[in-house]
Write a protein that binds this ligand. Structure first.
Ligand code: HEM
Length: 210
């Protein structure tokens, strides 16, 4: 928030041809956006709209490098990219948990009662590897028949950016596979670091060679 507050102040003095300037201008033409609204919009775009997709591309690339037969499969059959991205969304799950919910009433789930008013975090990453639902859940399989994953959530709050993410993921991964056929992991996998935090799952860095 502090980072964005500074950036908004800078754009106000030195406008550019960019989104933050457009939001600031919208505010100044008849005060349609409050400071809080600009901040909330930028925060949403950075975390929900940017980091998630970045993580899909990086974690997805790692999965392909660790399972080079899948990398080769995509090289040989680029038409598989749509199911491949769906499978990578299930497999790497960039949003590990949903945002918080609160139980509206006491509810029993598999022998545990969640009392009314308690915080509930749905573990999407776990649901996406549920062996009761997916065959061989830990296998990366681009020809999986049932792939109704929950990577974008479910119901009323289903991800607004799902079509954009699918498109970005398909373009990025297919381009990488096509243009860098010798792409390799640049370090020992044991040295990879995942960023902390509960909701977003992603690598700090993905060193590669090509
Ligand atoms: C790999 C990429 C992405 C993943 C895994 C992802 C995941 C999710 C999930 C799980 C939810 C539901 C959260 C909940 O119910 O608590 C959600 C909601 C949302 N996402 Fe995404 N998202 C991605 C990309 C994007 C992009 C690119 C945008 C916008 C440009 C975006 C905007 C939103 C918004 C606005 C919501 C809230 C929708 C609502 O509450 O009605 N997401 N996303």
């Amino acid at each position: 928030m502090q980072y964005f507050k500074k950036l908004i102040a800078v754009r106000r003095v030195e406008p550019r041809d960019d989104l933050i300037t457009a939001l600031v201008k919208a505010q100044e033409n008849d005060d349609r956006l409050s400071d809080d609204e600009i901040l909330a919009t930028l925060f949403l775009l950075l975390s929900a709209g940017h980091e998630t997709t970045v993580n899909l591309i990086a974690s997805g690339t790692l999965a392909l490098l660790e399972q080079s037969d899948r990398f080769l499969q995509l090289q040989q059959a680029p038409d598989l990219i749509e199911p491949a991205i769906e499978e990578l969304l299930r497999f790497v799950c960039p949003a590990e948990t949903a945002t918080q919910r609160y139980a509206r009433e006491d509810i029993a789930i598999v022998g545990t009662t969640i009392p009314k008013g308690e915080l509930v975090l749905a573990a999407i990453g776990s649901a996406n590897r549920d062996a009761k639902y997916f065959d061989n859940p830990d296998r990366l399989d681009f020809t999986r028949e049932n792939n109704k994953h929950l990577a974008f959530g479910h119901g009323a709050h289903y991800c607004l950016g799902a079509p954009l993410t699918r498109l970005e993921g398909q373009i990025a991964i297919n381009t990488l596979v096509r243009r860098l056929p010798n792409l390799r992991l640049g370090i020992d996998p044991a040295q990879l670091h995942w960023r902390g935090g509960l909701i977003l799952r992603g690598l700090e860095r993905l060193p590669v060679s090509f």
